[in-house]
Ligand binder design. Structure first.
Ligand code: FDA
Length: 309
């Protein structure tokens, strides 16, 4: 119920200024983001890998309208990949990239710039012995993102896709992407979407998630089941055994800091479990989406905000 107003409020520059300068934000951010630089990201990865978890790292930033900023983001990924390789972590750690952070939203040639930048990151990932997954953003970018993914997969077929179960179109996208070797992360979806394109109720989103799971798990690809929802996890496990899936032919994914005990439990039970680790200074949009999903944290956060007025 609070999700839509919060995501709407998050678009205000004033709110952004207030939230990013408040000391209380730093404490809450640390629950979701292990640090701001490459070193922090690599240390967090090493700790998770020691616990038999896999990792995908996201250098935070999105919707950039500045070509230099997009270049800086590409450079951050290149630095990260070489640091992960130097620590021998690339067997267990890949990267997740938002196209809007590497140029997709630029007013001129955004699509082409983002594709070239993504190619540079995919090449560096392959040289480092790992892969890239292209995050999915709001529905206005879905077609462009899938078009970029198709281009990338011509040279880098290992590149992962993300599909969001809250979109009406996603069951059909799952079918289209359910071919051999195709890595597909299925999540519920984190943006505020209109009802013309997206299911609005939790129940309808969950039902869509299960339909998509069936398509992916019965298909030929490599499903990456990204959810913290205990019910979805139970259903995914039973579908995986119904379709005769070996543990190595799919994986679970969760966000850093969310249900860490469950992450360890799944890994100990023999499942492949990957943790999405965001890092960097541009944590605002990411934090707002996490707060919108978690009313308990939101109440605490708003109370702190009001007491500072
Ligand atoms: P849901 O939100 O229904 O929560 C189910 C349960 O999980 C809750 O009852 C609670 O127990 C726990 N939980 C959920 N959120 C929590 C929180 N913040 N703090 C503590 N507990 C919490 N989205 C997108 O649009 N594009 C993308 O590319 C990605 N990428 C991505 C990667 C990975 C690895 C994950 C796990 C998620 C994403 N997402 C995403 C986000 C996703 O779409 C979704 O918004 C969140 O995962 C929350 O949805 P759940 O499936 O966890 O269920």
């Amino acid at each position: 119920m609070l999700r839509q107003p919060l995501l709407l409020l998050a678009r205000s520059d004033q709110v952004k200024r207030l939230v990013t300068t408040m000391p209380v934000s730093a404490g809450i951010v640390r629950g979701y983001v292990p640090g701001e630089d490459t070193q922090d990201a690599v240390e967090a990865t090493a700790g998770l890998v020691d616990d038999h978890l896999r990792v995908t790292l996201d250098y935070l930033g999105e919707d950039t309208l500045d070509a230099d900023q997009a270049d800086a983001t590409v450079q951050a990924y290149l630095d990260l990949l070489s640091s992960l390789a130097a620590r021998g972590l690339t067997r267990h750690a890949e990267v997740s990239v938002k196209l809007s952070a590497i140029g997709q939203a630029l007013p001129q040639y955004g699509h082409k710039i983002a594709l070239e930048n993504a190619r540079t990151i995919c090449r560096a990932a392959r040289n480092a012995g790992t892969t890239v997954t292209i995050d999915m953003e709001d529905h206005t970018t879905t077609d462009a993102t899938l078009a970029t993914l198709r281009e990338l997969r011509k040279d880098f077929p290992e590149t992962g896709a993300v599909l969001q179960a809250y979109l009406h179109r996603t069951e059909s996208d799952c079918r289209a992407l359910s071919y051999e070797g195709s890595r597909v992360r299925l999540c519920k979806g984190a943006y505020d979407e209109p009802d013309e394109v997206a299911f609005q109720s939790r129940l309808d989103v969950d039902k869509s998630y299960v339909r998509c799971l069936k398509v992916l798990l019965s298909g030929q690809g490599y499903p990456m089941i990204a959810t913290h929802d205990p019910r979805m996890i139970r259903i995914a496990s039973s579908l995986a055994s119904r379709y005769g899936r070996e543990a190595a032919s799919y994986e679970f994914q969760m966000l850093y800091g969310i249900r860490p005990d469950e992450q360890l439990r799944l890994a100990e039970a023999g499942e492949s479990m990957r943790v999405y680790v965001p890092y960097g200074t541009e944590w605002y949009g990411y934090l707002m989406r996490r707060l919108a999903e978690r009313p308990q944290n939101l109440t605490f956060f708003l109370r702190s905000l009001i007491s500072k007025q």
